[in-house]
Design a binder for this molecule. Structure first.
Ligand code: CA
Length: 266
C-alpha cells in the first residue's frame, strides 16, 4: 500500500480516484483506531497571556488532548480542584492569584495531578522553590512547542504520582525521606544496598523483576561482580523483612527473578 501525504497545494486531482479512496479510508481507519485506543487526556492550561495560551491550546488540541484554559490564578485553582485533570500546565505570573500559590493549594487538595510550570521566571530560586512546592517539571519561556509536547507526554506516561514519601505494601512501610523501614510498626534496620533493593521491590510491588533489572537498578550498570549477588542480597533481606513474620512478601519467580507481593495477594 502506498503511503500518500496530504498536500492541498497540489490540487484535488493530483491522486486518481482509487488512490484518494484508499488514502481516505486508511486515514479514517487510523483516526478511529487511534481514538478508540487512547482515552482522551484532559489538560488544564492556566495562562493569562492570550497569545501563549491560544498557541499552546491549539497545539495540544491538534495532538488530540482536551484542553481547558483558565486566564487567572483563581479560576485555574477552582478548575483544578473541581474537575479531574491528567495534567496542569501552570504559568507563575498570573492575575488574582500567583502561580506558586495556585500550585501550593492544588497540592493541599489534589495531591496527585502532575503540574508543569511554564514561565518566564528562570532563576534557580524560582525553579527550586516550585519543585519543592510540588511541581513535576519546569519549562521557561520562550520555549519550543515540540519541547513542551515531549515534556507533557513524559508526565502523562508517568501518570498520577503519590506525593507521600511513605510507600506501603500490606504491613510493610518504607519512608523514602527518612529511609526507614517498618513492618507491623516494628523498625527494621537495613544496610544501604538492602534498602535500595527493598525500595526497588516495593516500588514495583506485584511486578516480577528479573535479576538483570535488579542488578542494573540497585548496583550500577557497570557492575561486574559475582552473578548471584541478587540472590545473596534477597536472602539477607528475607531474614530481616520476612522471616520474623507469618506472611512472606518476597517471592521467588523461578527462572526469572523476584517479586514483592501486594498485601492481599496469595
Ligand atoms: Ca503570565
Amino acid at each position: 500500500m502506498r503511503r500518500l501525504a496530504l498536500n492541498p497545494s497540489r490540487g484535488k486531482n493530483y491522486y486518481n480516484s482509487e488512490q484518494v479512496f484508499m488514502w481516505s479510508s486508511v486515514t479514517v481507519w487510523h483516526e478511529w483506531h487511534y481514538t478508540c485506543r487512547r482515552k482522551a487526556m484532559r489538560l488544564l492550561l492556566v495562562e493569562d497571556e492570550k497569545k501563549v495560551s491560544s498557541f499552546v491550546a491549539q497545539g495540544l488540541a491538534e495532538e488530540r488532548f482536551a484542553v481547558d484554559v483558565a486566564v487567572d490564578g483563581q479560576s485555574g485553582l477552582d478548575l483544578a480542584t473541581t474537575y479531574h485533570y491528567d495534567l496542569v500546565i501552570l504559568d507563575l505570573m498570573l492575575p488574582k492569584l500567583d502561580g506558586s500559590e495556585v500550585l501550593r493549594r492544588i497540592r493541599t487538595q489534589n495531591a496527585q495531578v502532575p503540574v508543569l510550570i511554564l514561565t518566564a521566571r528562570d532563576t534557580v530560586a524560582d525553579k527550586v522553590g516550585n519543585f519543592e512546592a510540588g511541581a513535576d517539571d519546569y519549562l521557561t519561556k520562550p520555549f519550543a512547542f515540540a519541547e513542551l509536547l515531549v515534556r507533557v507526554k513524559a508526565l502523562l506516561r508517568r501518570g498520577p504520582v503519590s506525593r507521600s514519601s511513605v510507600v506501603r505494601v500490606g504491613d510493610l512501610e518504607l519512608d523514602r525521606l527518612s529511609q526507614q523501614v517498618r513492618r507491623s510498626g516494628k523498625r527494621i534496620d537495613l544496610t544501604s544496598k538492602e534498602y535500595s533493593l527493598l525500595e526497588y521491590l516495593i516500588s514495583n510491588a506485584g511486578r516480577v523483576l528479573s535479576r538483570t533489572m535488579i542488578v542494573e537498578h540497585v548496583w550500577d550498570q557497570s557492575f561486574n561482580g559475582v552473578t548471584n549477588i541478587v540472590d545473596v542480597y534477597v536472602r539477607h533481606l528475607r531474614v530481616k523483612v520476612d522471616d520474623p513474620f507469618e506472611q512472606k512478601l518476597i517471592r521467588t519467580v523461578r527462572g526469572v527473578g523476584y517479586t514483592l507481593i501486594q498485601g492481599t495477594q496469595q
